[in-house]
Ligand binder design. Structure first.
Ligand code: 13P
Ligand code: SF4
Length: 311
């Protein structure tokens, strides 16, 4: 039993002993964000994982992020506090079906959101994150036909924003799908001066009301630079922790789901990670991410393209 273990003290002792770096996504619980060596969006976390000189990467996020770290840093031990930390976007895109889709459209390249399995990355030409997608898309010749998966909301947003015709895979994030337009409008009537910042994984009927659309890091930057003292945040609400730390004088309200509050928009996969599990994976160096070398090299090609084109 872990009763009586001073988890923070033990995590701090073990991270030094193991020469470990703790990387956390903005959707992690506040106590995890606060102990991490680095907190960031998907692109920043990939860059950190690729550049670290630590021996161990503790990835406090979801499995596709930890797999990305392993693909880019194969010589490191990469541990994920809970192997069940998946992602609904990954689940919505089984590799065999994605492969068949590609084969049915041989004249298209596959531009693929990083929220997918290693197998789907290996079947893709270029990976994007929400912060890099527009910049990368702008570098693809206009006549090139493109499949975009697995997030139809991000893909639809990119298509509307750039005027390009993208062939969309029909995946969604269950967290961002849970926002209610009706409840958001009620909140807006209560706080007419508060702008709305939204993640592009939101459906179009939410994005249509947004004053700012961007990745988690983009939304965080917006919260610091925007005028006014209140912001409505349409993404996973744990990011509000960083906003409250950065600009404590402003008020941040999580956009509501159908029940009128933002609790249904907590990512259930991200929420699996706890201090206890971080301690255990530092202690045991398990559970570890392992990827077969041929598959890793295939997936690395599309990730390297992303890092190149996003820089
Ligand atoms: P970003 O942090 O890249 O905006 O991604 C959000 C997300 O849903 C991660 O799963
Ligand atoms: Fe996946 Fe959505 Fe959770 Fe991000 S918030 S990890 S996209 S389920």
């Amino acid at each position: 039993s872990l009763a009586g273990v001073d988890l923070l003290a033990e995590i701090n002792r073990l991270r030094k002993e193991r020469n470990a770096v703790i990387l956390a996504h903005y959707y992690q619980k506040p106590e995890i964000q606060d102990l991490a060596d680095f907190v960031g969006d998907s692109l920043e976390l990939s860059r950190k994982a690729a550049a670290t000189d630590a021996d161990v990467i503790v990835f406090s996020g979801v499995r596709f992020m930890a797999e990305t770290a392993k693909i880019l840093s194969p010589d490191k031990i990469v541990v994920l506090p809970d192997m069940d930390a998946g992602c609904s976007l990954e689940d919505s895109c089984p590799p065999d079906q994605f492969k068949a889709f590609r084969e049915a459209h041989p004249d298209h390249i596959a531009l693929t959101y990083i929220n997918c399995s290693t197998e789907v990355k290996a079947l893709s030409d270029i990976i994007v994150t929400s912060s890099s997608a527009e910049k990368i898309l702008a570098q693809i010749p206009p006549e090139q036909k493109i499949i975009f998966g697995p997030d139809k909301n991000l893909g639809g947003y990119l298509a509307r924003k750039t005027g390009r015709d993208l062939l969309l895979w029909p995946g969604v994030c269950i967290v961002h799908e849970a926002f209610s337009e009706t409840e958001l409008m009620k909140l807006k009537i209560e706080h007419p001066d508060a702008p709305i910042a939204a993640h592009p994984e939101c459906p179009p009927y939410i994005l249509d009301h947004a004053d700012y659309v961007g990745s988690t890091s983009g939304i965080l930057d917006y919260s610091k630079t925007m005028e006014g003292d209140m912001l409505i945040v349409a993404t996973e609400p744990h990011i509000i922790h960083q906003m409250e730390k950065a600009v404590p004088e402003k008020t941040f309200i999580g956009a509501p789901g159908a029940d009128g509050n933002c609790n249904c928009n907590v990512c259930p996969y991200m929420a699996l990670n706890t201090l206890e599990k971080i301690y255990l994976c530092l202690r045991d160096l398990e559970p570890r991410i392992e990827i077969e070398e041929g598959l890793r090299l295939e997936a690395k090609k599309s990730l390297d393209r992303m890092l190149e084109l996003a820089s």
